[in-house]
Unconditional design. Structure first.
Length: 474
């Protein structure tokens, strides 16, 4: 372990790395069940397709993280990306409408898009083109990615991650419905029987956050995961005491046997090329290009932002082994397409593991192994409450805001793009789109102020491509 992952050289040890990997897993474990829910239209494709996508999610994520560990030796964890999976689900629905094929056949046609995208990225990575695109992001804009991701994490932690449903509807969110209500009485009326679960979620979320701060202040290792554990235990106690439900009840009846047969029958190398071509060449090419742009800048943004927080960037804002990290992403996407899931990308939740001390590929390896084990122990991952993961995301989000100190607020071609990214990232929910907006702002300011330089020629091309994407590609 020491020799391969260079633990001492990176100022870490096995215990810290394993805890960091477990921390990252706990903050991103939601994807294991949510991804098949989204991609199968909440089981519109039947239980068999759900089972297949569930297994594909675990397999593709685990393999991608193992690649990240051994190729790049970085603590970044990967899984099917949020946003990209929702987009693919929308594409599947559109294919059903256009071709009249079944949901399963349309899903198999959509997997062709993911496969082509993964192959393109693999080639671009080998040819160092993706690395050149990373370098094309100006230093000032690059330094603003981490705080923008921090605000996005805050938005996820205080917003969509802790959604509550009631008999009258939902989801209800912390910032919109709990703190957005003038009085507890009006909120209780609005949320009906969802009010009490919301109170429990909010209380345990902040208890978890303050517990993390307490543990960090006292220099206790594994502070993030300990804070999440405190929040989880309190939530489970409140759930049993005030809601009358047993959080562990489902473990007794849960299925622990992976449905490999469903994956083999429905998604394993089941590419529907004929159905894909029914979309027409123009539509097919536009879909592949759209997926490529979103995935590329989501991955680049997460890698640069998280590496910045971990102190892994050099004086020019570049990350060593960037090519190998991008290669892991490409391999994960191809494996995902072959097994039956959407584009695999580096997860922003990796920042929680970095904050827990993760500095090497052992963190990614730990998380990847747990993902693979989840094919057999998925019910355990399902009982981690959203309140616990929200506490970790809020804490990490706050810390990542410190990256703003690296931005030159006297330089308008830095501060304006960064400001736009900071607001666009949590609002749009897309790291890639926010970076695109930042690049456009940088290009426009430099060109209109007479500061345009041939040094940034690729930056200007990327800005132009994003303009085309925003205005002409749906």
């Amino acid at each position: 372990m020491e020799k391969f992952f260079k633990l001492s050289e990176n100022g870490t040890d096995v215990r810290t790395e394993v805890l960091a990997g477990l921390t990252t897993f706990m903050t991103m474990a939601y994807i294991i069940a949510l991804n098949p829910n989204l991609l199968t239209g909440w089981r519109a494709g039947g239980d068999e397709l759900w089972n297949a996508v569930f297994l594909a999610t675990c397999l593709a994520s685990g393999i991608a993280m193992i690649c990240m560990a051994f190729l790049a030796n970085k603590p970044f964890c990967l899984a099917p990306g949020m946003g990209l999976n929702s987009f693919l689900a929308l594409v599947v629905t559109q294919i059903v409408t256009i071709t009249g094929m079944s949901y399963v056949a349309s899903f198999q046609a959509a997997l062709v898009i993911v496969l082509v995208e993964g192959i393109i990225f693999l080639i671009l990575t080998i040819l160092n083109i993706r690395e050149a695109i990373v370098d094309a992001i100006p230093y000032g804009v690059r330094m603003g990615i981490a705080p923008a991701i921090g605000l996005m994490l805050l938005n996820i932690g205080l917003g969509s991650n802790a959604g509550i449903y009631s008999s009258d509807g939902g989801p209800f969110y912390v910032m919109r419905d709990f703190f957005g209500s003038l009085t507890a009485g009006s909120a209780a009326t609005t949320m009906a029987d969802g009010w009490l679960p919301m109170v429990i979620t909010v209380a345990t979320m902040f208890i978890g956050l303050f517990a993390i701060v307490f543990f960090v202040h006292h220099g206790i290792k594994g502070a993030v995961i300990l804070g999440m554990l405190v929040a989880s235990v309190i939530y489970w106690i409140c759930q049993a005491t005030f809601l009358g439900t047993n959080p562990f009840e489902g473990l007794a009846t849960a299925s622990w046997v992976p449905a490999f047969g469903d994956m083999a029958n429905l998604t394993l190398f089941k590419f529907n090329f004929e159905g894909f071509l029914q979309l027409g060449w123009v539509t097919a090419i536009l879909l592949v290009v759209t997926f490529c742009m979103i995935d590329m800048f989501d991955t680049i943004g997460t890698l640069v932002g998280t590496a910045s927080r971990a102190g892994m960037l050099d004086s020019e804002g570049k990350m060593p082994q960037m090519k190998e990290a991008l290669l892991s992403d490409s391999v994960g996407t191809i494996v995902g397409a072959c097994t039956g899931t959407s584009t695999v990308t580096t997860f922003v939740e990796s920042a929680s593991g970095v904050e827990a001390g993760g500095r090497t590929g052992l963190t990614a390896l730990t998380c990847g192994i747990i993902f693979l084990l989840c094919m057999f122990i998925a019910p355990i991952a399902a009982i981690i409450p959203s309140a616990a993961t929200s506490a970790a995301l809020i804490y990490v989000g706050v810390l990542m805001l410190s990256g703003l100190k690296n931005v030159d607020f006297e330089a308008l071609d830095q501060v304006v793009p960064v400001a736009l990214m900071i607001i666009a990232m949590p609002v749009s929910g897309s790291i890639g789109h926010a970076i695109g907006l930042g690049l456009i702002a940088f290009a426009v300011i430099n060109i209109t102020t007479g500061k345009a330089s041939s040094k940034y020629w690729l930056t200007y091309i990327l800005a132009a491509l994003f303009l085309v994407k925003f205005f002409f590609v749906a």
